[in-house]
Design a protein around this ligand. Structure first.
Ligand code: M6R
Length: 365
């Protein structure tokens, strides 16, 4: 039930400190600075053999996979690619020996992701699924995997499932990293960062009213751009998806470097830009991109690290996030973008939990 919340989406956004706690509970070995993911189903020896990871998913789950691409490559040193599940299924993909396929699906019932699982099983890949719904088709057919333990997600717009996916994928990268090049002290450091995530998210939730006030000022616009770099690039895609899904406003997520390759021609005072300018590698370049947007008179809302006066002075509005590492930054940033999308939809009088034309799980192609 919704309790005191007007919509399931808002309730689920506010549940995220707990759902992240649930996703990591019992899954950390503090002593060794690594993760314990028994469901993953691989022996240390098998884990060590994995030489490539392919993630297959759709929508928000695919965005979580795109964040994880940075984790697996950076933390574990394993070459990773993310496939739209429909593309994976129809392209006759090359699955080399020792490839791990990770299907990601909240519902475990998405038709294209199920088909991708069957393709991967047929090609003899290692496979380990990430699902929220226990006993779902993907969980059963993959045979092994990790559950999110996020509880039922009712709102069509995925919020808590997305953040739990990112958290569990980070644990997977930690495990694979410790199985390879990541030292124990680096592992312990990452564990400390992961454990701070619920608190970071709480501090974003505590700013809901401020984010609402910003959203009010932008609720009249019909076109938005979201830009980011590194892990915050897929975060920008996810933020834009949230906005278009529930508020019927046109929003596009771009890698900030892509602006100059086309979309910047659209920018003017009617196209606000959400710039993810957290203090992680790439921030300085984003500052340059913000200036380029300002020069075209586009209003800029930034997400930035608390105390970053430089970003504040460059932009019209800022949502501040406490300092955190580049691996963790997508989580509190996403929560800020979820709230921004939610309050714009509220202002526009949209239905929110059941947006038109959308189903919670897409069981047909
Ligand atoms: O159940 P799944 O995770 O497989 O669903 C995938 C997408 O349909 C889903 O994430 C969709 O994009 C959401 N409505 C986004 O909020």
């Amino acid at each position: 039930e919704k309790g005191n919340y007007p919509h399931f989406m808002l309730k689920e956004i506010f549940e995220q400190p707990e759902t992240i706690e649930n996703a990591i509970r019992g899954r950390i070995n503090y002593e060794m600075g690594t993760a314990i993911l028994n469901g993953l189903g691989f022996s240390p020896c098998e884990l060590a053999q994995i030489s490539r990871i392919v993630i297959a998913a759709c929508g928000s789950s695919m965005h979580a996979g795109m964040v994880a691409e940075y984790y697996f490559e950076d933390i574990a040193g394993i070459s990773t690619s993310v496939e739209q599940a429909a593309e994976f299924r129809y392209r006759n993909p090359i699955i080399e020996p020792n490839t791990l396929v990770i299907p990601i699906s909240q519902s475990g019932e998405t038709a294209d992701t199920i088909a991708a699982v069957r393709e991967a099983v047929g090609k003899g890949a290692y496979i380990s699924a990430l699902c929220n719904v226990v006993g779902s088709t993907i969980a059963r057919e993959a045979g092994r995997g990790v559950y999110l333990h996020a509880g039922p997600e009712i709102s069509v717009a995925s919020t808590k499932a997305f953040s739990s996916q990112v958290a569990v994928l980070l644990l997977m990268a930690l495990l694979l990293g410790r199985n390879r090049r990541l030292s124990r002290s680096e592992g312990c450091e990452l564990v400390r960062e992961i454990e701070q995530t619920p608190e970071l998210i709480r501090s974003v939730l505590a700013q809901a009213e401020e984010i609402r006030a910003i959203a009010k000022r932008y609720a009249g616009f019909d076109d938005f751009f979201y830009i980011g770099r590194g892990c915050l690039y897929p975060t920008a895609l996810e933020g834009a998806l949230k906005l278009k899904e529930i508020s019927y406003v046109h929003a596009e997520g771009y890698h900030a470097a892509e602006l100059k390759h086309g979309p910047i021609s659209l920018l003017d005072e009617r196209h606000p830009v959400l710039a993810l300018a957290n203090d992680i590698p790439g921030r300085d370049k984003i500052l340059g991109n913000i200036q380029e947007c300002r020069a075209r008179r586009a209003p800029v809302v930034a997400v930035a690290t608390a105390g970053d006066r430089e970003v504040e002075n460059l932009t019209d509005d800022v949502i501040f996030i406490p300092h955190c590492s580049r691996f963790i930054a997508p989580l509190p940033t996403t929560v800020a973008l979820q709230l921004f999308a939610y309050y714009i939809a509220v202002e526009r009088g949209c239905e929110i939990d059941q947006p038109r034309n959308l189903a919670k799980s897409v069981t047909v192609e």
